[in-house]
Design a protein around this ligand. Structure first.
Ligand code: WTA
Length: 661
C-alpha cells in the first residue's frame, strides 16, 4: 500500500467543479424512480430493513425453488451468503423466461462487426437454440457442473452464447480478455483448472487480425490439463489445427448427435457462476468469484434502475466482455431483463472517429454506456463527426471505469446528448458485481465528475489511514460497511485471499482501494486508487505485475512502475528500469522491453515510457520511494516532499535530468 494519497491529477479540476444538472424532464416523467425523495425513501429502507428489501428485489429473478433465508454472514470473516436454499438458473432467466412470451422473436443480441456490412441479429428464440446446442456440446466434451471453462474470444455473439451455455449446465466460465498474451492466458487457465478452452481463429482490430488461436496454441503448450479447444471460425485467418485437441465450433454444435434442447441445471443460489481475473496490488492476478443468485439479482436491479431500462430500449455498452462491465452490462443484466443488447467488435475510432455515432444512428440506440477514456479520445476530434449523425434516439448516457473529468462530462452531455439525455457516472469494480455509486437518472441531480450517491443497499464511508471515519469532505479511503448480493464471494483457489485483501485493512468493512471524498450535498467524488493499481484507459493493471514482467527480461536488474496523468488514457504507464551490469541502454533495448511486456502480459500493459536509470531512490531500509517516482513521472518536481530519508538523495536530480518526456 502506498498510503492514502490519490494519484490522479484530474482531481484538481474535479475539486473545483460546481455545476449541477437536474434530471431532464422527459426522463423524470417516465423513469422507474422519479424524484430524489423516492430514491431516498427506498435507499433508507434498504439500509434499515435489508432483509425485507433484498427479499423483495429477488422477485426480479425467476426461482426454480424459493430461497429460505435472504442473507447470512458478515465482513469480518468474509463469508456472506445470499438467498440461501434458493435454486435458479441464470441462462433460464436470461432466455427461457422470455421465449415463453411475445419476446421470443425480439432481438436479444444485435451484433455489429468491425466491417460495416458484418451484422447479425439473434432473437431470443435463436439465442435459446444456440445456447442449448453449445451447452450440449460442452457436456459431450466432458464438462460437468462445477467445472471451469476458459474463454478467449473476440466480441462476437459466440462469446455470449458460450457464457450462457456454461451457466445453463452449471459450469463456471473464466473469460480472458483477448488483449492478454499467451502467457497471461496460460496462467489464468491453469489457476482456474479449466480443461477446455473456447476461442476463435482470430479477432479484428483496425482491419488486422488479433491472433487468438495462435496465442491459444502457445498458451496451451503450458496447460497440460486442457484436452479440448473449440474454435469459432470468425475471420478465416490461417491457423494451426490439431485435430486431436481442436474442434471447429460449427461442426460441433451442428453435429447430428447434438440436440437443440438442454434443460437448465437447477443451481444453488451460492453455486459459482464465473471467475474473472483482475489485478490487485500484488503481482498475481486474482480470480474474483461471483455466485449465481446474488449476482443475478444485483445486476438485474442495477440494470433496471440505473440505466432505467425499458422494454423498447436498445442498450449498448461498449465494454469488452473480457472485463466485468461486459459480463454484467453487455450480457447478464440486459438479457435477464429481456432487453436488446448491442455487441460491437470494433474500435471506437476505426475506420473514422464517428464510428460509435454511426452505430448509434444505425440501430437507434437509446442507452449508451462507455468509458471516459473513449469520450476524451473522441472529443479531440472535430465536432462535425458527431453532428453529422442523428443521435436523437439517445435517452441515457453512462460512463464507467475511471473518474470522468468535468470537461469530458460536459462534452458528452452537450455534444453527444444534445443536452437532452441523463448522464450516469457509475462507480464500481470487478469485485462489486455491479454499480455501487451512481446517480439515478430520473431522481438525482448530477454534478460533472461526481459519481453521486450510493445505490440501494450500499453503505459507504470514508476513513483515514487509522481506519477511523473521518471528515469525508477532506477525503480518505472508500470502504463499504456491509455486504450486498453482488459483492464477490471469494478469490478462486485462495480461500483466505478475499478476507486478507479486502477486509483486514479496515476490519469488518470492504476496502475498495479507491480514495474518495463526499461534498456537503452527500455526493461522492472518486479520487483514484490509493494502492498500486493503475487504471490505463479504464483497464486495471497492477504495477507489481508489470514490474515482474520487466524483471523477467534477462537484461533487467530492477524495475519500478508508476502511473502518470495521460490526456486520453487517464493514466499512462511509466517504467523506471535498472539494467544488469553488462547491459547497455539503447532505443532498441527500450523497444525490446516494451515487446517483452506485451508478450508476458499483453498489449494493454505496454509501458508508454521506459526510463533507463542508474539508480532508484531508496530509503535506508532499501524500499523504493514510489512517491518520488510518481512525482517525477508526472513532472511535478517542485513537490517532491522530504527526500532526506533517502539513502541516495542524489538519484533524484539524476532522474529529473534524464526523465522521459
Ligand atoms: C475505477 C470496472 C471513478 C476505480 C467496473 C475502481 C472508477 C476500478 C469508476 C475498478 C468511476 C471504475 N469513477 N473510478 N465511475 N468506475 N472506477 O475492476 O478505481 O475493471 O476501483 O471494474 O476502476 O476497475 P474494474
Amino acid at each position: 500500500m502506498s498510503g492514502q494519497t490519490p494519484k490522479s491529477s484530474t482531481i484538481d479540476t474535479v475539486l473545483e467543479e460546481q455545476r449541477v444538472f437536474n434530471p431532464p424532464e422527459r426522463i423524470k416523467e417516465t423513469a422507474h424512480i422519479r424524484s430524489y425523495e423516492e430514491y431516498k425513501e427506498l435507499y433508507d429502507y434498504s439500509i434499515k430493513e435489508p432483509e425485507a428489501f433484498w427479499a423483495k428485489q429477488a422477485e426480479l429473478v425467476d426461482w426454480i425453488k424459493p430461497f429460505k433465508k435472504v442473507y447470512e454472514g458478515d465482513l469480518v470473516e468474509g463469508e456472506h451468503k445470499w438467498y440461501l436454499g434458493g435454486k435458479l438458473n441464470v441462462s433460464a432467466n436470461c432466455i427461457d423466461r422470455h421465449i415463453n412470451t411475445w419476446r421470443k422473436n425480439k432481438a436479444a443480441i444485435i451484433w455489429q462487426g468491425e466491417k460495416r456490412d458484418e451484422t447479425r441479429v439473434l432473437t431470443y428464440n435463436e439465442l435459446y437454440n444456440q445456447v442449448c446446442r453449445v451447452a450440449n456440446t460442452l457436456k459431450k466434451w466432458g464438462v460437468n457442473k462445477g467445472d471451469r471453462v476458459a474463454l478467449y474470444m473476440p466480441m462476437i455473439p459466440e462469446l455470449a452464447i458460450t457464457m450462457l451455455a456454461c451457466s445453463r449446465i452449471g459450469a463456471i466460465h473464466n473469460v480472458v480478455f483477448g488483449g492478454f498474451s499467451a502467457d497471461s492466458l496460460r496462467d489464468r487457465i491453469n489457476d482456474s483448472g479449466a480443461r477446455i478452452l473456447i476461442t476463435a481463429d482470430a479477432g479484428f482490430r483496425r482491419g488486422a487480425y488479433i491472433p487468438l488461436k495462435d496465442n491459444a496454441d502457445k498458451a496451451l503448450e503450458g496447460c497440460p490439463g486442457v484436452h479440448t479447444c473449440i474454435v469459432v471460425k470468425h475471420t478465416g485467418a490461417d491457423i494451426n489445427f490439431w485435430t486431436q485437441r481442436d474442434k471447429w465450433w460449427h461442426h460441433e454444435i451442428n453435429s447430428p448427435d447434438i440436440s437443440s434442447v438442454c434443460p437448465p441445471e437447477a443451481m444453488d443460489s451460492e453455486d459459482p457462476l464465473f471467475i474473472l481475473y483482475t489485478s490487485g496490488s500484488t503481482g498475481k492476478p486474482k480470480g474474483v468469484m461471483h455466485t449465481t443468485g446474488g449476482y443475478l439479482v444485483y445486476t438485474s436491479l442495477t440494470m433496471k434502475y440505473i440505466f432505467d431500462l425499458k422494454e423498447e430500449d436498445t442498450f449498448w455498452c461498449t465494454a469488452d466482455s473480457g472485463w466485468i462491465t461486459g459480463h454484467s452490462y453487455v450480457i447478464y443484466g440486459p438479457l435477464a431483463l429481456g432487453a436488446t443488447t448491442l455487441m460491437y467488435e470494433g474500435l471506437h475510432n476505426y475506420p473514422n472517429p464517428d464510428r460509435l455515432w454511426q452505430v448509434i444512428e444505425k440501430y437507434r440506440v437509446s442507452i449508451f454506456y462507455t468509458a471516459p477514456t473513449i469520450i476524451r479520445g473522441l472529443m479531440k476530434e472535430d465536432e462535425e463527426w458527431v453532428k453529422k449523425h442523428d443521435l436523437s434516439s439517445l435517452r441515457l448516457l453512462g460512463t464507467v471505469g475511471e473518474p470522468i473529468n468535468p470537461e469530458a462530462w460536459v462534452w458528452y452531455h452537450k455534444v453527444v446528448g444534445n443536452e437532452k439525455c441523463a448522464i450516469v457516472d457509475t462507480y464500481w469494480q470487478t469485485e462489486t458485481g455491479g454499480v455501487i455509486i451512481t446517480p439515478l437518472p430520473g431522481a438525482i441531480p448530477t454534478k460533472p465528475g461526481s459519481a453521486a450517491m450510493p445505490f440501494f443497499g450500499i453503505e459507504p464511508a470514508i476513513v483515514d489511514s487509522n481506519g477511523e471515519e473521518c471528515d469525508s469532505k477532506d477525503g480518505g479511503s472508500l470502504i463499504i460497511k456491509r455486504p450486498w448480493p453482488g459483492l464477490m464471494r471469494g478469490v478462486y483457489n485462495a480461500p483466505d485471499r478475499f478476507r486478507e485483501t479486502y477486509l483486514t485493512m479496515y476490519p469488518g468493512n470492504y476496502f475498495t482501494g479507491d480514495g474518495a471524498r463526499v461534498d456537503e450535498d452527500g455526493y461522492y467524488w472518486l479520487l483514484g486508487r490509493v494502492d498500486d493499481v493503475l487504471n490505463v484507459s479504464g483497464h486495471r493493471l497492477s504495477t507489481a505485475e508489470i514490474e515482474s514482467a520487466l524483471v523477467s527480461h534477462n537484461k533487467v536488474a530492477e524495475a519500478a512502475v508508476v502511473g502518470y496523468p495521460h490526456d486520453i488514457k487517464g493514466e499512462g504507464i511509466y517504467a523506471y528500469v535498472l539494467l544488469k551490469n553488462n547491459a547497455k541502454a539503447s532505443s532498441e533495448l527500450r523497444a525490446q522491453l516494451g515487446q517483452h511486456v506485451r508478450k508476458v502480459i499483453g498489449p494493454v500493459a505496454s509501458p508508454d515510457k521506459i526510463h533507463i536509470v542508474e539508480q532508484l531512490p531508496k530509503t535506508r531500509s532499501g524500499k523504493i520511494m514510489r512517491r518520488i517516482l510518481r512525482k517525477i513521472a508526472s513532472g511535478e518536481f517542485e513537490q517532491l516532499g522530504d527526500t532526506s530519508t533517502l539513502s541516495n538523495p542524489e538519484s533524484v536530480d539524476e532522474l529529473i535530468k534524464t526523465r522521459e518526456e
